[in-house]
Design a protein around this ligand. Sequence first.
Ligand SMILES: C[S@@+](CC[C@H](N)C(=O)[O-])C[C@H]1O[C@@H](n2cnc3c(N)ncnc32)[C@H](O)[C@@H]1O
Length: 274
Amino acid sequence: MSDRDPDTAPPARSHGRKAIRATARPRELITPAPQLHGAWAAHVITLFPDAFPGVLGESLTGRALKDGLWRLDTIDLRRFGIGRHRNVDDTPAGGGAGMVLRADVLGPAIEHAQAQAGAPQPLIYLSPRGRPMDQAMMRDLARGPGATLICGRFEGVDERVLEHYGVQEVSLGDFVMTGGEIAAQALIDATVRLIPGVLGNEASARDESFASGLLEHPQYTRPAVWQGREIPEVLMSGHHGKVAEWRRRLAEEITQERRPDLWAVHEGSENSGD
Ligand SMILES: C[S@@+](CC[C@H](N)C(=O)[O-])C[C@H]1O[C@@H](n2cnc3c(N)ncnc32)[C@H](O)[C@@H]1O
C-alpha cells in the first residue's frame, strides 16, 4: 500500500471554532477537522502549514475565525510526498534551474482537499502567471462556499496538474515571491472580510476603495492640527451633504490622477447609466 494514500494520510489541520449541533454521529465533534456547517471554508495546500493562520488569526479575521464565520484547513503537502523522505519535487523536464512540485504528489493532495471540502468550490493556484487579484474576484469568492488554494514553491508545479483539475491561476501582482502562502493569505483576508458579520461596521466595505469603482477619499482623525497641518475645514463643519460632496470630489480626483485605468471604466459606466 502506498505510504501516501490520502485515506491514510494524517488529516488536515483545522483552525477556528467547532460547529456544535445535534447529530446522530457525536464522534464528528472530536475529529481534528470538524465541519462548520455553511461557513465559508479555505482549504490550503502548502508545504508550510505552520504559516497559517498567520496574520489571519489577528484582529477581525481572527475573531471571525474563532466565531465560526469562516473556516481554515491546512493540508500539509509533505504528507503526500514519495518514499521514506516524502519527496515532493523533482528536477525540471528539459533541464534548467530549480525544482518542480510533482503531479503525482500534488494530485492526491488536491483530491484530499476536495473530498474534505465536500461541495465543489473554486480550485486556485497562487501564481505570478495568474489573473491579478481584484475586488470583484474577492466579492465573487465571498459569495461562494470557499476555495481550495494551492501554494507553490521552487519553480512552481507540474503543468499537467493545472490542466487535469482545471485549476485557475491567480496572482498577487507582477512580481515573484518564494512561495504562494503570502498570496493565499492576502486572498483569504480580502475575501473573508466581505462575509457578512466579519467587519464590525458593514458600511466600511460599502464606502471603501473599489466598492463603487473609485479609490477612497483621504481620511483624517484627531488631533485637529498636527505638525501645522489642519484637517480640511469641511470635515469639521458637521454638514453631512457637504462632507459627502467633498469626499466624492476627492475620490474622483485621486482615481483620475493615480489610476487612469479605473477612471476610464468608471467614466464609461457613468456615461452608459450603469
Ligand atoms: C519562485 S515562485 C515560481 C515562479 C515561476 N517559476 C515563474 O517564473 O512564474 C514559487 C511560487 O511562489 C508563488 N508565487 C510567486 N509569486 C507569486 C505571485 N506574484 N502571486 C501569487 N503567487 C506567487 C507561486 O505559488 C509559485 O509557484
